[in-house]
Design a binder for this molecule. Structure first.
Ligand code: GDP
Ligand code: GDP
Length: 436
């Protein structure tokens, strides 16, 4: 699991500038795949062999002090709920503002690590401005200049120093972590309550209250599971764009921490654009995936309905035809136990290891049945294949020229592997290396 770092701070303190500096490129959420749009909310970054995800909670328009304040509270709240490390960014040219104090108060109440950055310290003469920020009461302020790139190394050292527990924590192999994702009102909380067989407390939406994410463990037939907190998704907001952004951030962080994602679709509505966005995140993250169609009790059906529904979903989420689809009612409990079995199953598929010998047999059989593509006046040659990692299963193919590999041929190889090994409910990846 990659640690998640969230940057919060007032408009214009320099968050975007920092973001762009720390991450060479922004990750697009599933490019070139139909139905899934790009999003510029998060990026992957790396420092001293630590890979992490950095989230721009941003999106505040500086209309008025009041609005800024309420939006900052929400920003801080979502950072507290979802991030492993919070970077609180302030402006060393302006000094401490009222909004800074309010946010600092929220951040003081969380037990998540907070790194306080004082930006726009462009030269040593400005360094005296930094000390004032001790008054926020959230630890030692670090003077940086995002636009000039000063203090970046120290800032990153400080951030990754807090990763220790997170990176080590994740080695509990016997627990399957499950993220239940989907749009508001699809039935996530209802399913959680059915799975853990009790009503969970729903958090209050009172501004200024802070709450760390709490995961819910449960056991089924001797297997241990943890449901990753998504309760925050219930919160409603008046600003639509903000709801969208925050629900994507919440889904993203839940997905990132999970082994298996349940992608919940409302049977009444079918696959919506937001659903395919969320599904795209899970696919990109390489997790085990189960598509759960909820509120099945509300659908009028005959013997064909389920198949028709399944086909429609396969077409709408055409980039994950590998994912099993199950039709449930979180209200009546119909097939909820089957969901647990599918979680277990896809977690195993996602962790599957294929021996090098068998893998190479299958690849050469595949090439024999269906010639590899041509390009640049030559034919693609696959010399050797090996599985590099699991979660998701990732295969390295040594070839004469990676550029000749064609998308459709990769699909073909993938299908051959799936035919033989199942690999149901998990994406697979191919990496190509040139060898002569
Ligand atoms: P955001 O709203 O927090 O994302 O802030 P931006 O990154 O958009 O920056 C707001 C303004 O501050 C821009 O005009 C930046 O060029 C400027 N800025 C950002 N970082 C620095 C810095 O380290 N020093 C100075 N002097 N200006 C900066
Ligand atoms: P969340 O926002 O995704 O957590 O959704 P909730 O679990 O709060 O459910 C939203 C609404 O849908 C509630 O009124 C639930 O009672 C209802 N609901 C959830 N699951 C089902 C279901 O399987 N069938 C029916 N008929 N209603 C459901």
């Amino acid at each position: 699991m990659k640690p998640i770092v969230a940057v919060v701070g007032r408009p214009n303190v320099g968050k975007s500038t920092l973001f762009n500096r720390l991450t060479g490129k922004r990750i697009a959420i599933v490019e070139d795949k139909p139905g899934v749009t790009r999003d510029r909310i998060y990026s992957e970054a790396e420092w001293l062999n630590h890979k992490f995800i950095i989230i721009d909670t941003g999106g505040i328009e500086p209309y008025s002090e009041d609005i800024i304040l309420s939006q900052m509270r929400r920003q801080a709240q979502i950072a507290i709920e979802t991030a492993n490390v919070i970077v609180f960014m302030t402006d060393g040219k302006e000094g401490i503002t009222h909004a800074d104090q309010e946010v600092a108060e929220m951040l003081r109440k969380t037990n998540k690590p907070v790194v306080l950055a004082v930006n726009k310290i462009d030269d040593p003469t400005k360094f005296n401005n930094v000390y004032e920020f001790f008054n926020l009461g959230i630890g030692e302020p670090m003077g940086i200049s995002s636009s000039l790139g000063l203090g970046m190394g120290d800032l990153l050292d400080e951030i990754v120093a807090h990763f220790k527990n997170i990176e080590e924590d994740e080695e509990e192999d016997d627990v399957t972590k499950v993220a239940i994702v989907g749009k508001p009102n699809v039935g996530k909380s209802s399913l959680i309550n059915k799975l853990v067989k009790e009503e969970r407390v729903i958090v209050s939406d009172i501004p200024g209250t802070t709450r760390d994410a709490i995961d819910t463990p449960f056991e089924y037939k001797g297997d241990k599971f943890i449901l990753i907190d998504t309760a925050g998704i219930r919160r409603k907001s008046k600003v639509n764009e903000e709801v969208e952004r925050y629900s994507v951030i919440r889904s993203l962080t839940a997905i990132e921490r999970s082994d298996v994602c349940l992608i919940m679709i409302d049977a009444n509505e079918g696959v919506t654009e937001q659903d395919s966005k969320i599904a795209g995140l899970a696919h990109e993250a390489g997790k085990g995936i189960v598509i759960v169609v909820n509120k099945w009790d509300l659908i009028e059906k005959d013997d064909k309905t389920m198949n028709e529904f399944r086909n429609k979903i396969r077409a709408d989420l055409s980039f994950m035809t590998y994912a099993p689809v199950i039709f449930i009612s979180a209200k009546t409990g119909q097939r909820v136990e089957k969901v647990i079995e599918l979680i277990k199953f896809t977690a195993n598929q996602n962790a599957m290891r294929i021996s090098t010998g068998v893998l190479n047999d299958i690849i050469s059989d595949a090439v024999m049945m269906n010639q590899a593509p041509m390009g640049k006046g030559k034919r693609l040659k696959i010399f050797y294949a090996t599985q590099a990692s699991t979660k998701p299963p990732t295969f390295i193919l040594f070839v004469n020229d990676p550029e000749i590999m064609h998308f459709s041929y990769e699909r073909y190889l993938e299908n051959q592997l799936r035919e033989r090994f199942g690999l149901e409910g998990t994406p697979v990846r191919f990496i190509y290396r040139a060898r002569n």
